[in-house]
Design a protein around this ligand. Structure first.
Ligand code: MG
Ligand code: MG
Length: 249
C-alpha cells in the first residue's frame, strides 16, 4: 500500500532529508586519494548521530555500516572497509540514509577522486542529468512509467544502460515503501502519481551491460562486465503543483 504523507509529515521528512544531504556533503569534502571507505562511513555516521538522527542503513537487513560505498564497477551496497583505499581516478558512490522523527531520507551521489577518465566524467554527468529528466515527470497525474522512461531513454542516447535489477522506491516511516520506482518503463503506464507520495528516484547507470552480479560478501553489487557504474539519488515529494527534493542541504 502507498503511504500518502500530509504537509506536516512532508515537513518532517524534509528534516531527515537535510541531515542526509549534509552527511553526503561531508563525505564529498573528505573524498581524496589515500582515504579509506571506512573513514568516509565514520564521518557520515558521526554527522547523522550528532543531529540526533539514526543511520537508516546501519543493521538494515544486517548491513554493517551507515553508508554504502561502492567503487568503480561496483553499482551499489558496497561495504565500507579500512582496507579499501581511494585512488586517483576512482569514482565513488556514496549512498546515505538518515532516520529522524519517524521518517527516512535516502540519497546517493557519485564522486570523482582526483582526475578521472573522460568516460567516467561523462557517466557521472549523464547519470545526474537522467535524475533531473525523471524529476521533470514527477507531478500529480503522471505515472511511474513516465518517470522510468525518462531515465532510460535519456541514458540510451549516450550508449549507457540502466540497471533493471535494482530500482527506486517509496520512502517514509520505512526506508523502502511502495511504490516501486524502476529506472525504465512505458510512458502512461504504471502507478499514478498523486500529491503526498514520497519516493526515492535513483538511476543506476552503467557504461556497458545492464547486467549485475552480487559478490559473495552478500551485499556488494557490481557490473557483470567490470565496466563503470554511477548512481544518483534523491528522496522527493509529489506536491499539488509539482515536486520538491527533500534530500537537500
Ligand atoms: Mg539510497
Ligand atoms: Mg534508495
Amino acid at each position: 500500500m502507498i503511504q500518502i504523507k500530509n504537509p506536516e509529515q512532508i515537513a518532517e521528512m524534509r528534516k531527515a532529508g537535510r541531515i542526509t544531504a549534509e552527511a553526503l556533503l561531508i563525505a564529498q569534502e573528505n573524498i581524496r586519494e589515500g582515504v579509506s571507505t571506512y573513514q568516509i562511513d565514520k564521518l557520515v555516521r558521526e554527522h547523522i548521530e550528532k543531529c540526533g538522527a539514526k543511520p537508516s542503513f546501519l543493521n538494515y537487513g544486517g548491513f554493517p555500516a551507515s553508508a554504502c560505498i561502492s567503487l568503480n564497477d561496483e553499482v551499489i551496497h558496497g561495504i565500507p572497509s579500512k582496507t579499501r583505499i581511494l585512488q586517483e581516478g576512482d569514482i565513488v558512490k556514496v549512498d546515505v540514509g538518515a532516520f529522524y522523527h519517524g521518517f527516512h531520507g535516502d540519497s546517493a551521489r557519485t564522486f570523482p577522486v582526483g582526475r578521472i577518465s573522460d568516460e567516467a566524467a561523462k557517466l557521472i554527468e549523464v547519470t545526474e542529468k537522467s535524475f533531473f529528466e525523471a524529476l521533470a515527470q514527477v507531478k500529480p497525474g503522471n505515472r511511474i512509467g513516465d518517470v522510468g522512461h525518462a531515465v532510460d531513454s535519456y541514458v540510451k542516447k549516450y550508449g549507457f544502460s540502466t540497471v533493471k535489477r535494482f530500482i527506486g522506491h517509496g520512502v517514509g516511516h520505512a526506508l523502502h515503501e511502495q511504490p516501486d520506482v524502476p529506472n525504465y518503463g512505458t510512458p502512461g503506464r504504471g502507478t499514478r502519481l498523486c500529491t503526498g507520495m514520497t519516493i526515492a528516484i535513483e538511476p543506476m547507470i552503467n557504461v556497458g551491460t545492464d547486467e549485475v552480479v552480487q559478490l559473495n560478501d552478500g551485499w556488494t553489487v557490481k557490473t557483470a562486465d567490470g565496466k563503470l557504474s554511477a548512481h544518483y539519488e534523491n528522496t522527493v515529494a509529489v506536491l499539488p503543483d509539482g515536486v520538491m527534493i527533500l534530500t537537500k542541504a
